[in-house]
Design a protein around this ligand. Sequence first.
Ligand code: AMP
Length: 416
Amino acid sequence: MSFNSLGLSDALLKAINKKGYTTPTAIQEKAIPRILERKDVLASAQTGTGKTAGFALPIIQILAQGQRLRRRPVRALVLTPTRELAAQVYAEVKEYCSFVDIRSTVIFGGVNQNPQVAVLRQGVDILVATPGRLLDLHGQKMLSLAKIEFLVLDEADRMLDMGFLRDIRRILELMPDRRQNLLFSATFSREIKRLASGFLNNPVIVEDTPEQATVEKIDQKVVRVDKGRKTRLIIKLISEGNWKQVLVFTRTKHGANRLSQKLVKAGISASAIHGNKSQSHRTKTLDGFKKATIRVLVATDIAARGLDIPLLPHVINYELPNVSEDYVHRIGRTGRAGARGEAISLVSGEELAYLKGIEKLIEQSIPSEIIAGFEPSQGTETKIEEPQKLHFRKPKPKSNKGNYKKRQRKFGKRPE
Ligand code: AMP
């Protein structure tokens, strides 16, 4: 299949050619024609599948072929959970617009609003935004959503995880009812389905089964090691393997900082990227990492979502995520665009339950090894995995009934 058969205009094909894409990805192949047919779309696709082009190209085409409105009100809104993703989506949209008269911009929090407002004033057709800054500028009457024809919710599952549901609902109320809606999400949880049924009209469901596809392209490995020896092991792996571009995941922001400092002390250029870092730090770090002046990027899950770093050879899980799906997102940062990648997870005894959950999700067991000099001490694991053995007297059985009632009073009835 080539891009020529998707119904895209010459101007867009030229932009695609300039980007160097030769064949559409699965999600592009499935989504682009349906969006051009003006259907609402519910798509399962994660970062790395080419989803941005999947929604951006047909929207740009429809807007470019339609009549231009006076003063260029915003006609397409792309909502993303993070600033990084917003910036990356915008960068792509801008490139796809190289040969059409469509203007776009991006707004997100954490930076001065004035330059963003100045661009909005000149009129833009496509706006990429994070929910908070969008509502903020709307509240200040700096922008209007009254002429919206397209709404894209990108990484909708992550938006819900980050607590944006209320903001999304408020934003929906600011737009005309007649519009085309596209929802992209890595997972189709019950919450996502509920959100989707609330605003998508008769959507076409486009599934890419990206998780399996991604996982198959990646050499995954578990290295068993004690928690306290992970830093030394990671230094050994990076130095002896002479790895140049490594993305390391930690569970906490604090952990990311600590690890990156220790790597720097060991003479490995590294930097942490997470929610507490300023936007300029994040941009600088990501730039350094792409240019290979920073060898190791230590990131938390949320910060890493949407990072556009093609062809990453190594991903290391310093700690396993406690949400199995995050493992798939993490290792999806390697093995992109046809290249094989390697994902190594450092797993201590405390994390074995997480490992089990992950293996169940990806429907395969990950080969595990032990590195000489870093053998895990079995004793610690047994103690942690079987805490009940520490009880000498049998604890009195407790009734849960009262607690359940209390919980019901506090949180209300469990949702159906
Ligand atoms: P996304 O999933 O939208 O974040 O895209 C992941 C990466 O794949 C980005 O760097 C895109 O520029 C790139 N990409 C998107 N579509 C294609 C394609 N058809 N062929 C090759 N690379 C692509």
